[in-house]
Design a protein. Structure first.
Length: 231
C-alpha cells in the first residue's frame, strides 16, 4: 500500500471525515485489521481563510506547497488536498513536488460521466461556485456543464459553510436551505448535484434530492485508495 500525504485542516471537520473514509475504504477492500497509510499536515484554517478573503492566493499556494514538500520529504508518494476550494492553487502544489496531486475534480467528473450526465448543479464556497478553476476544469476537460445557485443563494450556501459546517454546527434550518437550493437547481435542468465543498456532506446527501448526488469527499477518497492499492 502506497503512502498518501493529506494536506488538511481546511477545515478540520472535513479532514476528520477524510481520515475516517480512507480507513473505512481500505478496510472494506482488504478486510481484517487493514487501515490506510497516511501522513497528515493540518494547517491553521484561520490563516488560510484570511488569505482567501483577501484574495492572496499566491501566498496561500506557497503555504500549501511548503506543506506538500514536507509531506514528500517524510515519504508521501502522492498528495491529497482535502478541500475543494484550495484546488484553485493546485498548480502551485503540483510544481512544488515530484509526487502526483490527486485532483478532486477528476474523480468527481469521472463519476458524473459514468452516470451518463452532462449538466449538474454545483454547491460549494463562493470561490468554487463563482471562479473558473473548478467549473472550467469540469467543462474543458470533461465536457460537463455546472449550474450554480442564484447570487443570494450562493451567498447563503457560502455563509453556512464557514459559519456553521467548518465549526461542526449542523442546523436543521440550513439543511432546509440546502434542500431548497438543490430543488431549484434541478428545476433549472441539473441532472445531478455536486457537493462541491468537503463539509457539505456533513449536512446533506442522497436522501435530500431526487437526482444523483456526487459527494466530492467520498469520490476523492475512493480515487486515493485506488491509487494507493494499485500495484
Amino acid at each position: 500500500m502506497k503512502l498518501i500525504g493529506i494536506l488538511g485542516g481546511m477545515s478540520w471537520t472535513s479532514s476528520a471525515e477524510y481520515y475516517r473514509l480512507l480507513n473505512e475504504e481500505v478496510a472494506r477492500r482488504l478486510g481484517g485489521l487493514h487501515s490506510a497509510r497516511v501522513l497528515l499536515h493540518s494547517v491553521d484554517f484561520a490563516e488560510v481563510a484570511a488569505l482567501q478573503r483577501e484574495e492572496r492566493w499566491d501566498e496561500a499556494g506557497s503555504l500549501l506547497a511548503g506543506a506538500a514538500r514536507g509531506l514528500e520529504r517524510a515519504g508521501a508518494e502522492a498528495m491529497l488536498l482535502a478541500t475543494n476550494t484550495m484546488h484553485k492553487v493546485a498548480p502551485q502544489i503540483e510544481t512544488a513536488v515530484n509526487s502526483p496531486l490527486l485532483h478532486i475534480v477528476d474523480g468527481t467528473a469521472k463519476a458524473i460521466r459514468a452516470a451518463g450526465l452532462k449538466r449538474v448543479g454545483l454547491l460549494g464556497t463562493a470561490f468554487t461556485m463563482e471562479q473558473d478553476f473548478y467549473t472550467g476544469r469540469l467543462r474543458d476537460r470533461f465536457g460537463i456543464d455546472a449550474l450554480t445557485p442564484y447570487a443570494e443563494d450562493r451567498a447563503e450556501i457560502h455563509r453556512i459553510i464557514y459559519d456553521e459546517l467548518c465549526r461542526n454546527e449542523l442546523l436543521e434550518t440550513s439543511r432546509t436551505t440546502y434542500r431548497r437550493v438543490m430543488a431549484d437547481l434541478v428545476a433549472r435542468g441539473a441532472q445531478g448535484i455536486i457537493l462541491g465543498c468537503t463539509e457539505i456532506t456533513l449536512l446533506v446527501g442522497p436522501a435530500d434530492t431526487d437526482v444523483p448526488v456526487f459527494d466530492t469527499t467520498r469520490l476523492h477518497v475512493q480515487a486515493a485508495v485506488d491509487w494507493a492499492l494499485d500495484s
